[in-house]
Design a protein around this ligand. Structure first.
Ligand code: S3P
Length: 171
């Protein structure tokens, strides 16, 4: 089974991905971690030291290699992965089940509130700037996020509910 999780920052891709992989008994991978291992730097260090373009090139390369070699997995992408270099086309093949964890701007803001420091794209914003940025950014990215097989709305749902909804949609 090959499953790709797509979604905006703080939509729960890693948390849901781990739980989902346990319930399906397959391995879990996080694309950001694969990039960090490859470059021996944290994502925010890559942005700071090498710039976003360099991160996006590496992201494309690591994703391509992963999809060419891995079998039986749940892979959580980074929030921007589907939106660069037509990366979304890479996981539109027959054997891959792609899932968009769809969250409203409100849900994302609630979660990012406590998590933004580790995320280079939003770390610098105050609350008002963050609201404006996320609303616009999510709108721009939605086109790419919607290029998946299955959309699961996560607003007001707990982790267990989300995982069982995904499992029910896989069969
Ligand atoms: C990014 C999201 C991050 C990480 C990088 C860029 C984005 O991943 O890949 O900071 O462009 O939305 P998460 O979605 O896991 O935070």
């Amino acid at each position: 089974m090959k499953i790709i999780l797509v979604g905006y920052m703080a939509s729960g891709k890693s948390t849901i991905g781990k739980l989902l992989s346990e319930s399906l008994n397959v391995s879990f991978y996080d694309l950001d971690h694969l990039i960090e291992t490859d470059m021996n730097l944290k994502v925010n260090e890559i942005f700071e030291q090498k710039g976003e373009l360099s991160f996006r090139k590496k992201e494309r390369e690591v994703l391509t290699n992963f999809l060419n070699t891995a079998d039986n997995y749940v892979l959580a992408l980074g929030g921007g992965t589907p939106c660069y270099y037509d990366n979304f086309e890479l996981y539109q093949s027959e054997g891959i089940h792609s899932i968009y964890l769809k969250a409203s701007v409100e849900t994302i803001l609630k979660r990012l509130h406590t998590q933004k420091a580790s995320r280079p794209l939003v770390a610098r914003f105050n609350e008002e700037e963050l609201q404006e940025f996320v609303a616009k950014h999510l709108f721009e990215r939605n086109y790419f996020y919607h290029q998946v097989k299955t959309i699961v709305s996560i607003d007001e749902k707990d982790e267990k509910e989300i995982v069982s909804e995904i499992v029910s949609k896989l069969t």
